[in-house]
Structure formats: structure tokens, C-alpha cells
Design a protein around this ligand. Structure first.
Ligand SMILES: *Cc1c(COP(=O)(O)O)cnc(C)c1O
Length: 384
């Protein structure tokens, strides 16, 4: 079976983990956490990067930092992972789901504009598949209405909007280092990027169980105490050591993923030209970090049949998010504003093909030919 995902291993992870073990410094904010944060700051140019146990935790920190109150509204796409909404629902906010743009499955700024009212507090754009949302339009709306922007950049490390790294355009950005993402900190992990320096000292406090322990360690206060709400949002040094190894190889991993992505796009293009499938679109202002390759079938029934056909050929292809506004908790904590023209209809047609660091040419041609076979198109013999 060709798996849908295969967590990246670059070979240096164990050496760094051994180093962490030997140092006896295993709790959060040790040497490897600091090294990872410096690399993330160099990569993105954010004011401060803080490692977190997950992207979920980073989103929760952002939701605490923007001081949401019960009844505040937060606008986001319905086509996203549960954590995008959950983090804000946990603070008592009402989630306002809006429609996406069919070309990218990213939040549609026109729909955001229509949903803004006096209760709106924040916008959470999700850079689906690592491809940028229309950030200029979103930031202009945020500025006009004095709203926070939290970029869910879980899938978007090393991807850009008009040359700006994703995660650094809003007030906050969040990365995921879950094993299904481009790089991982050993299965679970994430980071919060802080782009507004006024938020930094409180972020450190929230991350350290509501204490000013970070200031104490820097010597700026002589004892530390409980000063605010917070939680434990630090990963261990074992996770940071794993991530450090992968961060050093980020370009190699993303280049490999992008090459495979390009092979899919070029070898399936004629099916798109014939109108049998729709291929993903990379907006002019966006880059592609090779996070995900998806295609859209003409209907849910065709998608189901294509997934079974691939499965019978030993290939794991999978669909993606079931829109949150139709989920039980989505109905309880949120509502869809405006018409659901794209979200449900397009999510039902979308299927993701296997894409991971180190996928082989043999695997790629097998998958491409299985898709081509389903549509009764000639097989390809050469990948390049
Ligand atoms: C993966 C993902 C998350 C959650 O990341 P974790 O690190 O598993 O918490 C959140 N949002 C999006 C869009 C994701 O793809």
C-alpha cells in the first residue's frame, strides 16, 4: 500500500535527541528550543517565535492574548481543521464561518467583509495547502475595523504572500509540526509567531502557566509569581531536538515535496484540460511549499469511486475537512454567515493524493497511472 503520508525522517534527529538526553536539560525552553526559535525567527523575520506543544496550543495562546470575551465574534472559514475554531470557542467567542474561494479553498475576503459587525474581534485566515490567502484585502479589513488577525499557517511553513513569509503578516501566526505536516518535532508540535512586540511579554507569561518565570530566568525580576491566566504551552527538549534536525533540512524537504507536486500537476494536466478533474490553483501572489496535492472530481459520487479505485490499486488517497458549521459543535458554537456556495459543494469533491518527503518516482507513476486509468486515459511511461 502506498501510504497517504509518511512522516519525514532526515537522519540527524537521533544525534540531537542523544545530545539533549546527555545534557540532562529536558524541560521546555532549553538549548534546542532556543535554537529552533532562532531558526524560525531567521526564516520568517517574525519578532519572536515561541515553540508550543502543537499548533492547537499556539492558536489557544493567540485566543487568550487577544482578550476575547463571551459574545465576541471571530470570523474564519468553515473549511478548516477543528482546532482553528476550538481555540476561540474555548474563550467563549462565537465562531462566524464564512465561505471560501473555489480556486484555493481559502477564505473569501468579500465574505469576511459582509460578516463584520460591532461584535467582531478577529479574523482567522487559514492558508490551505500552504497557499496564501489574499492577505492585503484581509489586513485592510482588519485595519479599517480594528480587528486582530491570527494566521493559521499550520500547513504553510516556508511559503509566502507577495514575498512575505506566511505567519508574519497578521498579529500572530501559528505553525504545526504534527507528523502530517512538512516538518515535525517528533509527532506533535507547533509554534506561535508574534509579530506585534507589545504582545510578547504577556505571551511568555501565558505560556509559562501564567507566571513571569521567563523574566525571572533573564534576571529582569528577582522572584517569579502567578501574574495572569495561562497554561503549560512548552514542548520538551526531546521534541525541540527532533525539530532542530528537521528545520536544518527544511529546504531539502520542501524542494522534494514541491518536485513531486509538480510531477502530479504536469502529468494530470491533460485531464484538467479535458474537464475531467480540477487541479489546485496557486494564486499570483502566493508560493507553493508542496504541502498538499489535491484534485477535485466532478461530484461526491465520482470522488468516492476514485478513492475506491485508488485503494484497489494499493494507494491511500483521502478526502479532507467536513465543513465545521455542519458539525455538532459547529452548530453549538458558531454559525455560517452568508450563503454556503462553495464550502460544502467543493469540499465534497476534493481528494488528496499521497505526498510526502521521499515519495519515489515509482510510487508517483503508479498513482498518476491509477488516476489516469480511472478516467480511461493513456498511461504515462516517463515522469520527467
Ligand atoms: C494541522 C492543522 C492544525 C492543528 O495542528 P496541531 O499541531 O495538530 O495542533 C490546525 N489548523 C490547520 C489548518 C491544520 O492543518
Amino acid at each position: 500500500m502506498i501510504p497517504f503520508n509518511n512522516s519525514p525522517v532526515v537522519g540527524n534527529e537521533l544525534d540531537y535527541i542523544s545530545e539533549a538526553i546527555a545534557s540532562r536539560a529536558l524541560s521546555g525552553d532549553g538549548p534546542f528550543s532556543k535554537k529552533c526559535e532562532v531558526l524560525l525567527e531567521q526564516l520568517t523575520g517574525c519578532k519572536k517565535a515561541l515553540l508550543t506543544p502543537s499548533c492547537t496550543a499556539a492558536l489557544e495562546m493567540a485566543a487568550i492574548l487577544i482578550d476575547l470575551k463571551v459574545g465576541d465574534e471571530v470570523i474564519m472559514p468553515s473549511y478548516t481543521f477543528v482546532s482553528t475554531a476550538n481555540a476561540f470557542a474555548l474563550r467563549g467567542a462565537k465562531i462566524i464561518f464564512v465561505d471560501v474561494d473555489a480556486a484555493t479553498m481559502n477564505i473569501d475576503p468579500e465574505c469576511i467583509k459582509a460578516a463584520i459587525n460591532s461584535k467582531t474581534k478577529a479574523i482567522v485566515p487559514v492558508h490551505y495547502a500552504g497557499v496564501a490567502c489574499d492577505m492585503d484585502s484581509i489586513m485592510a479589513l482588519a485595519e479599517e475595523h480594528n480587528l486582530y488577525v491570527v494566521e493559521d499557517a499550520a500547513q504553510a511553513i516556508d511559503s509566502f504572500y507577495n514575498g512575505k513569509p506566511l505567519g508574519t503578516i497578521g498579529h500572530f501566526g501559528t505553525f504545526s509540526f504534527h507528523e502530517t505536516k512538512n516538518i515535525t518535532s517528533g509527532g506533535e508540535g507547533g509554534a506561535l509567531l508574534i509579530n506585534d512586540s507589545k504582545m510578547l511579554s504577556r505571551a511568555e507569561i501565558i505560556r509559562e502557566k501564567g507566571t513571569n518565570r521567563s523574566q525571572f530566568f533573564r534576571g529582569s525580576v528577582d522572584k517569579y509569581s502567578w501574574v495572569d491566566i495561562g497554561s503549560s504551552y512548552l514542548p520538551s527538549e526531546i521534541q525541540a531536538a527532533y525539530l532542530y534536525g528537521q528545520l536544518l533540512k527544511l529546504s531539502e524537504i520542501n524542494n522534494d515535496r514541491r518536485n513531486s507536486w509538480n510531477v502530479y500537476a504536469s502529468k494530470l494536466d491533460d485531464l484538467a484540460v479535458k474537464g475531467l478533474i480540477t487541479l489546485p490553483n496557486i494564486s499570483d501572489f502566493a508560493t507553493n511549499n508542496g504541502h498538499m496535492f489535491y484534485l477535485k472530481c466532478e461530484s461526491l459520487a465520482v470522488r468516492t469511486a476514485l478513492i475506491s479505485h485508488l485503494r484497489a490499486d494499493g494507494i491511500m488517497a483521502v478526502f479532507h475537512y467536513v465543513p465545521l458549521h455542519s458539525a455538532p459543535a459547529g452548530l453549538e458554537f458558531g454559525e455560517f454567515y452568508g450563503a454556503d456556495v462553495i464550502t460544502t459543494a467543493h469540499s465534497e469533491r476534493l481528494v488528496r493524493l499521497p505526498l510526502f518527503y521521499g515519495i519515489t518516482p515509482d510510487q508517483l507513476s503508479k498513482i498518476i497511472n491509477s488516476v489516469r486509468g480511472y478516467y480511461k486515459q493513456e498511461h504515462i511511461s516517463e515522469l520527467y
